[in-house]
Design a protein around this ligand. Structure first.
Ligand code: COA
Length: 389
């Protein structure tokens, strides 16, 4: 149940509001349905389990943007457009080189996407056609930017995209310079599908609020990246990996988790504003974590994750706190050889499809998103000259 706050202002007027906007309906949308009690997630009507089993990230992102599953011709044309948009321009690469060793990946990604708007002379053109093309460009560009940033930080040259590879395989290739095996590429592809969209989460709401002023898509997506970075949102997957490393040995799991609960420290990767049952994405990711643990012969992270899950179910399961999408994605990414600092940027690589779909939907029937706050400050103060303070 939403936490309802009842407050009285200094004029004696009483107001009620849902803390953290929990449960508040801000607008309507046809993109995503979540049943938090039953642990159900649909993208435009199709259950996430079906998309994870049968679709690709390319097809799913087309579906999110345009509202229908593409025909074979439409999908091939879309895939080839994405491939043509993958390379980053010399200006952006040069800018990335200058920033390369200065900051953490999410700060860099946010700044580079903002810079992409600077380098686009048509950035303020909000026509439907231009914004649809821009959404595709951003979806195609994000993996190249994230991989280039990672390599620059490692003192290596960025690797040019490989047009023979699909979206997921190409990203792993641009990171490591090696073509991933088919299983790794498919698991990563499914991870991208699972993270692509999730209704009015904080970053998507941010993107919609920003675009509702009729500014430009780069501004909306830049703001969304800033929102995703937070540890209560997309930043949690990195927090999970730090937790697994902090635990280190399965025998220490009980002690570490109980101490965190005792001190009211949040266990990253657990709990959700909407789900009060197991997040259906976590269920799928758990299976990949188990399989990858067996394939890599390194079961430690999967085993610790399962132990954390067991303890949390026992201690706080009754409060509806279950693993969310971030919990098992941490060990999956680790097993795929991805550096922990890239976990949240990878979330962005996928979620940019949801953000841009929402930006297009918001613009389709726009009304400025502008809520209010109850003013609890003073009413009858007078300005005091500096000399009298
Ligand atoms: C996602 C999240 C912000 C949702 O929070 P929320 O709806 O505001 O819920 P609250 O923070 O008010 O938590 C409600 C209760 O559950 C507890 N709780 C929620 N998430 C918890 C977690 N991850 N670990 C331990 N306790 C948790 C709170 O301590 C609180 O307990 P109380 O009622 O005894 O004080 C929260 O669950 C969280 O911080 N999770 C960890 C970060 C994370 O994984 N984020 C990714 C989300 S996809």
């Amino acid at each position: 149940m939403p936490k309802i706050c009842k407050v009285t202002d200094k004029l004696g007027r009483t107001f009620e509001y849902n803390e953290g906007l929990e449960g508040v309906i801000a607008t309507s949308s046809e993109i995503c349905f979540i049943d938090g009690e039953k642990g159900k997630l649909l993208y435009r009507g199709i259950p996430i389990e079906q998309l994870a089993e049968h679709s690709t990230f390319e097809e799913t992102s087309f579906f999110l943007l345009y509202g229908h599953l593409p025909s074979r011709d439409e999908l091939e044309a879309y895939e080839s457009r994405l491939k043509s948009y993958r390379p980053i321009t010399g200006e952006i690469l040069e800018f990335a080189r200058k920033l390369g060793s200065l900051a953490k990946p999410m700060h860099l990604l946010r700044t580079i996407v903002s810079a992409a708007g600077v380098f686009d002379p048509d950035a303020d053109n909000n026509s439907i056609e231009r914004n649809a093309a821009r959404a595709e460009e951003l979806i195609a560009l994000f993996p190249t930017i994230v991989a280039a940033l990672q390599r620059l930080q490692q003192g290596k040259e960025p690797i040019a995209p490989n047009p023979d590879l699909g979206h997921a395989a190409n990203f792993l290739y641009m990171l490591n310079g090696e073509q991933p095996n088919d299983y790794a590429a498919r698991v990563f592809d499914i991870c991208l599908i699972l993270h692509a969209e999730h209704g009015f989460n904080a970053s998507t709401f941010t993107a919609r609020a920003v675009i509702s002023t009729l500014t430009d898509m780069y501004s909306a997506v830049t703001a969304a990246i800033g929102s995703l970075k937070g540890p209560l949102h997309g930043g949690a997957n990195e927090g999970v990996m730090h937790l697994l490393n902090e635990i280190g040995e399965i025998e220490r799991t009980e002690e570490v988790v109980l101490e965190k609960l005792r001190t009211k420290t949040k266990i990253m990767g657990f709990g959700h504003r909407v789900y009060k049952a197991l997040d259906p994405r976590a269920k799928i990711l758990m299976q990949f974590s188990e399989k990858l643990a067996q394939l890599t012969g390194n079961e430690k992270y999967y085993n610790i994750s399962k132990k954390v899950e067991e303890i949390m179910a026992r201690e706080v399961g009754a409060k509806g706190i279950y693993p969310n999408v971030d919990f098992f994605s941490a060990s999956v990414y680790h097993y795929l050889g991805i550096d922990t600092s890239l976990f949240t940027p990878i979330f962005a690589v996928s979620r940019v499809s949801g953000w841009t779909a929402h930006v297009l939907e918001q613009l389709h029937n726009n009304r400025l998103l502008r809520p209010r706050a109850v003013y609890l400050g003073e009413f009858d103060r007078s300005y005091i000259p500096m000399s009298e303070r």
